[in-house]
Design a protein around this ligand. Structure first.
Ligand code: AMP
Length: 121
């Protein structure tokens, strides 16, 4: 069920514009409006739930489609050297939009997580 106050549900429904780069049965991908890397895409499951914290063992097929789309749009964006897939959970985890989504970041050298970098560095 779409959430009435969710901007990503509105984008998926076509009620809000987005710069869409791909889609499949389970998910839609579009460019982040405030990119933090040369490639910064969002892969968003069509089905509304708040975050990865709400996923269960029943979501395996849907997640496989989500990650398939992430791979396709990352390849299409030319991130052949590698990229990062990140999901934030809750305000304490930096989540601002309460609809599960995966950031696909690339197009430049990303810092190793051991360097103290945030996931978007
Ligand atoms: P998070 O902080 O993980 O919830 O990420 C939410 C992301 O959504 C941020 O990177 C925002 O820049 C991005 N965002 C918010 N509104 C839009 C929009 N209308 N179209 C594309 N990206 C958006």
């Amino acid at each position: 069920m779409p959430d009435q106050d969710c901007i990503f549900c509105d984008i998926i429904a076509g009620d809000l514009p987005s710069d869409q780069v791909g889609e499949n049965e389970a998910a839609v991908a579009f460019r982040d409006i405030n990119p933090r890397a040369p490639v910064h895409l969002l892969v968003v499951p069509r089905r509304h739930r708040t975050s990865a914290h709400d996923l269960t063992a029943h979501d395996g097929d849907e997640l496989a489609q989500v990650f398939t789309l992430a791979r396709e749009v990352a390849e299409a964006a030319g991130t052949a050297d590698g990229y990062r897939v990140v999901t934030n959970v809750g305000r304490g985890g930096g989540q601002m939009v309460d609809h599960l989504h995966f950031h696909v970041l690339g197009g430049r050298q990303l810092r190793h997580i051991d360097s103290g970098a945030s996931p978007q560095d």
